[in-house]
Design a protein around this ligand. Sequence first.
Ligand code: ZN
Length: 481
Amino acid sequence: MADKRKITTRADDFAQWYNDVIMRAELADYSPVRGCMVIRPRGYGIWELMQGVLDRMFKATGHQNAYFPLLIPESFIAKEAQHVEGFSPQVAVVTRAGGKELEEPLVIRPTSETIIYSMLSKWIQSYRDLPVLLNQWANIVRWEMRTRLFLRTTEFLWQEGHTAHATAEEAEAETIRMLGIYRQFMEEWMAMPVITGEKTESERFAGAVATYSCEAMMQDNKALQSGTSHFLGQNFARAFDTKFQTEDGKLEYVWSTSWGVSTRLIGGLIMTHSDDVGLVCPPRLAPTQVIIVPIWRNDEQKSLVTTAGEQIRARLDDVGVRVDIDLRDDMKPGAKYFEWEARGVPLRLEVGPRDVEGEQTIVARRTGGKEPVKLTNLESAVQTALVEIQATLFAAACARREARSVREITKAGLIDLMAGDGGFAYGGYCGDRECEVAIQQETKATVRVLPDEEYRSERAPETCVWCGKPSIAEAVWAKGY
Ligand SMILES: [Zn+2]
């Protein structure tokens, strides 16, 4: 029993630690189908909160939700040449249904550009119909050989935004705007700092003209691509003949974008904040923000502390705190603390007979520290603590990333860094695919992004870190998930 509950430490085996945290916090479990995942209520609760926030942000910027089918005619995927090349190894195809072979096989969506553009070509006639700003919350299937809970699973949940515009400039602005919304969500809600920038050609989404990404550093110093936004140019519009009549009566293809984040974000949240005790969940995305644990030794005390605990619960519930009370009588308080800590609940309120007498509760933070709080100050003390924990987690993640970032990296420095603990390495890049491949082969690091201006080093690099030829852009290298 003791061994089963123990979490492997991060220092011992980071990958095993990650799985242990998920299992102990009851976020997800393995499914009977290899590579698929069951998201349990405590994990789905985090996803629902993420969805709620992102959905409000999308709607506040003019997007509407729609839903397109899971099954796509196989011929659609083949219409955009790069798209089919990129996705065909991962596509699952339905060939038999209703007891017979299908005339045309159906693909289970690996992403929905093709079906959406086939519909947009029916709905868009004139410039007056533009822009179209759509989002869909859906599941998709991409056949994966090596899978990890939340990070890479054959089926996963995500949102995919799809927009169509009259001009390239408008579509490019939309691509950047949504990247900014992702960054804001990841930093302000997940307390997970990211670097934004453009991907190199080899890492581009299949069918895109440009792909932009948010990259976060996990506690093992690897990068997690946590959200992407694509400028698709007119590629899909041409493939699906999505045209519109301009103001002066000409026919033109629409310019489009797509952007997505997935349940992978939950993996990022876990690997950014959690510790060897279990999950640490930022308060703003914690399904349970406060757990109340009444402490008693006999029935008389039980009635006293339960009543006091219920009053606290009601008061916090009234001010919008997500709060629960643990009244199980087959478990000792210490065992309960242990369990709620592993589940990542930010605050624990202990209520014993003496606390009731003293009109107080003991407030313990998941991230360390414990203090008595007078019940007269209950609501404000709890709300302040939640805000402080959120800020502390973000500051700690920023500090950790900066400590593991190396500027003006040299070739020898890059080799050393990646052979050791890893991290984010900033240096010049000549733009040649050959250098990218050589670096990956020798160090296992890839270009995560060509960072946006605010992340770039003060002095622009002059030469490529690998070949010494002139640098065309600063790049950030890291090993990735
Ligand atoms: Zn080079």
